[in-house]
Ligand binder design. Structure first.
Ligand code: SF4
Length: 537
């Protein structure tokens, strides 16, 4: 190569075998280049004068082809996500680079072939778009389907039967005529600033989407930028979380009222409601509620777009969701700018979770609701699945009650594990963060045996490795490394050296990953080692 073909081949082999990279484009380019060199006729138009130019093997090892294949075509962000797209990308680079080299005298012309193919990535990934359309159809028909992420195929999460329901605040809403509060706001022409003040001052201090950003703060930032879109996040890609599903299925009018009130206060005319495509029943319910809303409020002009999104965990990250809605890869964006400044289609955008918007409607209907502290919906999974209203600050033992439970997972796959000794802890972020945990997706899963906990830890690590979008190195490599560690090593018998290694990998992921997935991915393993194996470091 331009440096040493021998060393490049060794490094390339090691990368393809051991490093977390995309392989398809590199391999197809290496195979394409000699074929094209062989096929191009030896005519006077060929202006590449080096003697090796027409020998396929010497061309491959003598020029920059290997360097390009191993160090450019393995890029996780500049090459297609789909396998077929990757193969076509490599073929395209192979053809263009050889033809450029042979028929032009432009210095470094091979690099232009990569740039040209970079432009074509959305087209090469278009297959994904077609596939997505099929998913939407399949979901409407209630069929299963699968989607492909950077690493693996994620199947649709199974919808668990929700057996227990304890949501008195929501049941009270059923007694009211639909859209009562919004009707009142319109008939009294209530002042928007006063309504905003009510929400900001309420105990709904935090949103309910997992990031716990204060609602008022988010809205104030958006209002300063004149927001154009409201995105209602009903992705809920967490495998064991169903609170948004429950709300969309059972209280679609309440959600619609929360959306309408928010759009009214924020002066927004366009609303995107995104629904996990596993939730086909919610799709119909929401559309019916929109019809009712439009019939009731003929003079209110809000455009509602109801859209399915694939059951991918990463789409719960709000900027990844915005990218997906714009028709590009569902990968998180670098922040700032934040969505209230520059969001959907480059416009200031407010993104709120389904639960947050539902609480807004309830709060304005019943201002005393949060007087004694914020209430939150959680998914509790013990013998059966249930949706529970929980006042933040109550103890964990008050929530789970069953005395036979010896451990819990708290906060979903990016959360952690706690043994019964810690069940006196208050269920609120302030207290949980002292233990290295948080409320996260607001699910609590219970266990009675340590072996079940160990299995759940391994599953969480594996899930996040597959869910990583692969864009940034600490998360892409770190999730893979933790997964390999958990699968190869008995984490019940861990030595000091291995502990130091885990600590270093985890610290790097927490400090340098782009989004919450990479930052929280080590939590399950770290909490297990700390609270179940007694490794306090
Ligand atoms: S942290 Fe992981 S999921 Fe987030 S952007 Fe980086 S690679 Fe993607």
């Amino acid at each position: 190569g331009e440096t040493s073909a021998f060393l490049l081949i060794i490094v390339g082999f090691l990368m393809l075998k051991y490093v977390v990279i995309k392989r398809e484009a590199a391999i197809s380019m290496i195979l394409t280049v000699p074929v094209v060199v062989f096929l191009v006729p030896d005519t006077p138009e060929i202006v590449g004068h080096a003697p090796w130019v027409s020998d396929p093997f010497l061309y491959l090892i003598g020029g920059p082809s290997l360097l390009m294949a191993f160090f450019f075509l393995t890029s996780p962000s500049a090459t297609p996500n789909t396998k077929i797209g990757g193969l076509l990308f490599g073929v395209g680079v192979g053809i263009l680079s050889v033809l450029g080299k042979m028929y032009t005298t432009i210095a470094g012309v091979e690099m232009y072939s990569i740039l040209i193919m970079n432009f074509l990535v959305p087209v090469l990934d278009y297959r994904k778009g077609v596939f997505q359309f099929k998913q939407e159809k399949a979901a409407v028909q209630g069929n299963n389907y699968s989607v492909t992420s950077f690493y693996a195929t994620n199947t649709t999460k199974p919808i668990i039967d929700i057996v227990g329901i304890n949501v008195p605040s929501f049941e009270a809403y059923d007694e009211l005529p639909k859209f009562t509060e919004f009707r009142k706001i319109l008939s009294e022409n209530q002042d928007k600033a006063t309504l905003l003040q009510k929400i900001t001052a309420s105990e709904l201090r935090c949103g309910c989407g997992g990031a716990f950003m204060p609602v008022g703060k988010k809205w104030e930032l958006a209002i300063a930028n004149t927001p154009k879109y409201l995105v209602v996040n009903g992705c809920e890609g967490e495998p064991f979380t169903f609170k948004d599903y429950f709300l969309m299925k059972n209280y679609p009018h309440l959600l619609l009222e929360g959306i309408a009130i928010s759009a009214w206060i924020l002066d927004i005319k366009e609303v995107y409601i995104v629904i996990n495509s596993a939730y086909d029943v919610c799709y119909d319910k929401i559309n019916r509620a929109i019809d009712d809303f439009n019939k009731t409020f003929k003079d209110i002009k809000i455009s509602f777009h109801v859209q399915y999104v694939p059951d991918l965990y990463i789409l719960g990250e709000e900027t990844a969701l915005l990218n997906y809605l714009e028709g590009i890869r569902g990968e998180p964006r670098l922040k700032p700018p934040y969505p209230p400044e520059k969001g959907l289609f480059g416009q200031p955008t407010v993104i709120n979770n389904v639960e947050t918007l539902s609480w807004i409607a309830l709060l304005l209907n019943k201002p005393d609701l949060f007087k004694e502290g914020q209430i939150k919906l959680i998914t509790l999974l013990d013998d059966v699945a249930s949706i529970q209203e929980v006042r933040l600050g109550t103890t964990i033992e008050n929530i789970i009650k069953d005395k036979n439970i010896t451990a819990i997972e708290i906060g979903g796959v990016s959360g952690g594990f706690l043994p019964a000794d810690y069940f006196h802890t208050r269920y609120e972020n302030k207290e949980l963060s002292k233990l290295g945990l948080n409320i996260g997706s607001a699910s609590i899963r219970t266990f009675t045996k340590q072996s079940e906990v160990l299995e759940a830890v391994a599953n969480s690590v594996k899930f996040l490795q597959q869910a990583s979008c692969g864009r940034c190195v600490p998360c892409r490599v770190g999730t893979q490394a933790l997964d390999q560690f958990v699968n190869k090593q008995l984490i019940t018998d861990i030595d000091k050296k291995a502990l130091e290694w885990i600590s270093e990998v985890s610290h790097t992921m927490q400090q340098t990953s782009t989004c919450g997935l990479g930052k929280t991915a080590p939590t399950a393993l770290l909490s297990y080692l700390k609270y179940f194996e007694g490794n306090k470091e």
